[in-house]
Design a binder for this molecule. Structure first.
Ligand SMILES: Nc1ncnc2c1ncn2[C@@H]1O[C@H](COP(=O)(O)OP(=O)(O)OP(=O)(O)O)[C@@H](O)[C@H]1O
Ligand SMILES: [Mg+2]
Length: 256
């Protein structure tokens, strides 16, 4: 009998307080290799807090986070976190006044074998190769500010993938997109998933999220704050606020 591999990421029993506010109480999520997930919740349910914990930007007061069955990296080891997970935030993290190529290698311009920064020409070439690898149809020498919102997100995703991770959290990716642009972004994500990239899409309750098609279907398995012992692939997880009974995760429209 083959044993199931450990989840790509698993958070258990996460509690996080900010002063008197309990942002998360005994929350959990498990993302399995081979599945993409949705995470829904009302305003203030703790979605962004959970993302901050899953990406190592915040430490929980209680609970554990494991990647591939191993304890998460030390908080200061940013390179190790970047290899495991990246979050594309609602607010764009590309710098409009820089080119796409500069944005892709922000803070880590490649060096030659002699330790010198590579030429701009080579940087652009490497950027083009990266964009082609991940199917991002934008010119590498364009200023980022001329990009559409969805193209800018694709550049951010390519940047994250170039740092090694194959797990991307998208925080409310469709918030500033019309239907067509959202469809383009989700089409891009579907192609990335075919190439082995996993996503967790954060959405407010009732809006687009989740996975479908040839990808693992949304289980509609709204759960409470705890990860079930054996979570199914492709689930949509719902963070409920205290006292909130109805959970609409199973009604979320499919996205990716
Ligand atoms: N740095 C902080 N300091 C104090 N309180 C915070 C902080 N971050 C989050 N909170 C509180 O924790 C709770 C959860 O917030 P969080 O931002 O994680 O929710 P959310 O589900 O992402 O909400 P939204 O849909 O509005 O983005 C809220 O009550 C919020 O006010
Ligand atoms: Mg939030």
């Amino acid at each position: 009998m083959t044993r199931e591999p450990p989840p790509l990421v698993e958070a258990r029993g996460i509690t996080k307080r900010y002063g008197p506010t309990v942002a998360l109480r005994d929350a959990g999520i498990a993302v399995r290799t081979g599945a993409s997930h949705g995470l829904v919740g009302r305003n203030g349910a703790g979605k962004s807090t959970l993302v901050a914990i899953l990406t190592g930007l915040e430490r929980p007061d209680a609970g554990t986070v494991a990647y591939d069955g191993e304890p998460a990296p030390a908080p200061a080891d940013r390179a190790a976190w970047d290899r495991r997970v990246a979050c594309v935030h609602q607010r764009s993290m590309v710098i409009g006044e820089l080119t796409v190529a500069e944005n892709l290698f922000l803070g880590r311009r490649p060096v030659t074998s002699r330790g010198l920064p590579v030429s701009w020409r080579r940087l652009r070439r490497e950027a083009r190769a990266l964009l082609d690898t991940w199917g991002v149809p934008v010119p590498e020498n364009a200023l980022a500010r001329v990009l559409s919102v969805e193209d800018a997100k694709m550049v951010e995703i390519a940047r994250a993938l170039s740092r090694g991770t194959r797990f991307i959290i998208l925080d409310e990716p469709t918030a500033q997109l019309d239907g067509r642009a959202a469809a383009r972004l989700f089409g891009h994500m579907r192609r990335l998933q075919d190439a082995g990239v996993r996503a967790c899409v954060i959405s407010p309750v009732g809006s687009a999220c989740g996975v479908r098609g040839h990808l693992p279907a949304v289980a509609g398995g709204a759960c409470d704050r705890k990860a079930p012992e054996r979570p199914r692939g492709g689930a949509t997880w719902a963070l409920r606020q205290r006292g909130e009974r109805a959970c609409q995760a199973s009604h979320a429209r499919p996205g990716i």
